[in-house]
Design a binder for this molecule. Structure first.
Ligand code: SP5
Ligand code: ZN
Length: 343
C-alpha cells in the first residue's frame, strides 16, 4: 500500500488547549505522525512518497473561499498585533448572535471561523494543513488513476473541519477534500467511513444534502462526548442526501465486539450504496488507552477493522485522523492497514 507523507506536519505544533478548565499541552502533537511513519515502515507496507502540490481550487471544492483566505492570513494578522504565542479563538457567534457580519479584527475572525478552542494557529499551521490536504489529494489521485489502496499520513487531522470552520485539531477536511477529488475524477459515488472515536461533524455537514457521497460514522455518543452538537442516529441526510448519512453513536466503554457489530452494519450500508471508491477517516483514538477517549479497543480489534473494510472490495484511501496514545498510535494504525492488506 502506498503511503503519502510530508515532514511539513512538524511546522504545526500548538502549545496548549483548554481541558477541564485549564490550559494543558496539546494532545495533537508532531510525535504522533513520527510514530505512525515508523510503524508503517516497520510493517513493510510499501513505498512512502511525498505529496504532490495541488491547486487551491481543490480545497475550495469543499471549503468556502473566505474560510481558506482566513487560514492563509490568520497567523500574519495575529503576529501583526505583536503576538508571539499561538492564536486561539475565545468568542463565537453561538445562539442569538449574528453570522452575517464577518468581523474585521483577527480575534473576531478566529471565533467566526471556529467551532471550539482546540485549534491553535501557529506560524507554520497553514503550511502544515495545506501539506496534509496535499497528502490526501495525492492518495486520491493514486486511487483515481486505478490504484487499489493508499494511506495518507495526514497531520493535522481534518474530520472536524467544516466548509467554513476549524475545530477539534482540524483546519482543512482532508477526507472530504479527497472524496470530492474522487468525485471530480471519475467516481460517480464515493463513501466515507469514519472510524475515529469522535463524530466527523465536518465531513457530515459538507456532504449532508448530497446523494453522491455517503457518510457513515461510528463514534462516542454526542450526548456524552465531543463534538456534542452533532452525530446522533437520527441525522440521516437531507434533500438529495436523505439516506446518505448514517451515524452509529456508541456508549462510553464500548469494547471490540460491540464496535465490530456496529461496523458490520455500517459496512452493509456502504455495500448497498455500491461506491466506486471508499475514503476511510482512520482515527485510532478508540484504543483502550487513549488519554481523551472512552472506548476499549485493543490491537486485534484494529486488525479486524482493516479486514472488514477489505470485504467491501472497493478502491480505498485511508486518511489519518485522531489517536493520542502516542506510544501505541503507530502499531494501531499499522494493524488496520495490514488487516486490510491481508484481508
Ligand atoms: C481529530 C480528533 O480526534 N479530534 C479530537 C478533538 C477532541 N477535542 C476535545 C477533547 C476534549 C477531551 N475531553 C475528554 C475528557 C476525558 N476525561
Ligand atoms: Zn478523534
Amino acid at each position: 500500500m502506498l503511503t503519502i507523507y510530508s515532514d511539513d506536519h512538524r511546522l504545526h505544533h500548538g502549545a496548549a488547549e483548554f481541558y477541564r478548565g485549564r490550559l494543558v499541552p496539546c494532545f495533537e502533537m508532531p510525535a504522533r505522525a513520527d510514530q505512525v511513519l515508523a510503524a508503517v515502515r516497520a510493517a513493510g507496507l510499501g513505498a512512502v512518497v511525498p505529496p504532490d502540490r495541488f491547486d487551491r481550487t481543490a480545497l475550495t471544492r469543499v471549503h468556502t473561499d473566505d474560510y481558506v483566505a482566513f487560514l492563509e492570513s490568520a497567523w500574519d494578522e495575529w503576529a501583526a498585533q505583536g503576538e508571539t504565542g499561538d492564536a486561539l479563538p475565545y468568542a463565537w457567534p453561538a445562539v442569538d448572535l449574528r453570522r452575517d457580519t464577518p468581523p474585521q479584527h483577527i480575534d473576531g475572525k478566529l471565533g467566526f471561523y471556529a467551532i471550539d478552542a482546540a485549534v491553535p494557529i501557529t506560524a507554520g499551521t497553514w503550511t502544515a494543513a495545506r501539506s496534509s490536504a496535499d497528502c490526501a489529494l495525492t492518495g486520491a489521485r493514486h486511487i483515481a488513476g486505478g490504484g487499489h489502496s493508499a494511506f495518507a499520513l495526514c497531520r493535522p487531522p481534518g474530520h472536524h473541519a467544516g466548509a467554513r470552520a476549524m475545530g477539534g485539531f482540524c483546519y482543512l477536511n482532508n477526507a472530504a477534500i479527497a472524496a470530492q477529488y474522487l468525485r471530480d475524477h471519475g467516481a460517480a459515488r464515493v463513501a466515507v467511513l469514519d472510524v475515529d472515536y469522535h463524530h466527523g461533524n465536518g465531513t457530515q455537514t459538507i456532504f449532508y444534502d448530497r446523494g453522491d457521497v455517503l457518510f457513515a460514522s461510528l463514534h462516542g455518543d454526542p450526548m456524552v462526548e465531543y463534538p456534542f452538537f452533532l452525530g446522533h442516529a437520527d441525522e440521516r441526510g437531507s434533500g438529495a442526501g436523505l439516506g446518505a448519512n448514517r451515524n452509529f453513536p456508541l456508549p462510553w466503554g464500548t469494547t471490540g465486539d460491540a464496535y465490530l457489530a456496529a461496523l458490520d452494519a455500517a459496512i452493509a450500508d456502504i455495500a448497498a450504496f455500491a461506491p466506486d471508491s471508499l475514503v476511510v477517516s482512520l482515527g485510532v483514538d478508540t484504543f483502550v488507552e487513549d488519554p481523551i477517549s472512552h472506548f476499549k479497543l485493543v490491537a486485534a480489534d484494529f486488525t479486524a477493522i482493516g479486514r472488514r473494510i477489505a470485504t467491501l472490495g472497493a478502491p480505498t484511501l485511508f486518511v489519518l485522523e485522531g489517536g493520542y496514545a502516542v506510544a501505541d498510535i503507530g502499531g494501531n494504525v499499522a494493524a488496520v492497514l495490514t488487516g486490510f492488506a491481508d484481508g
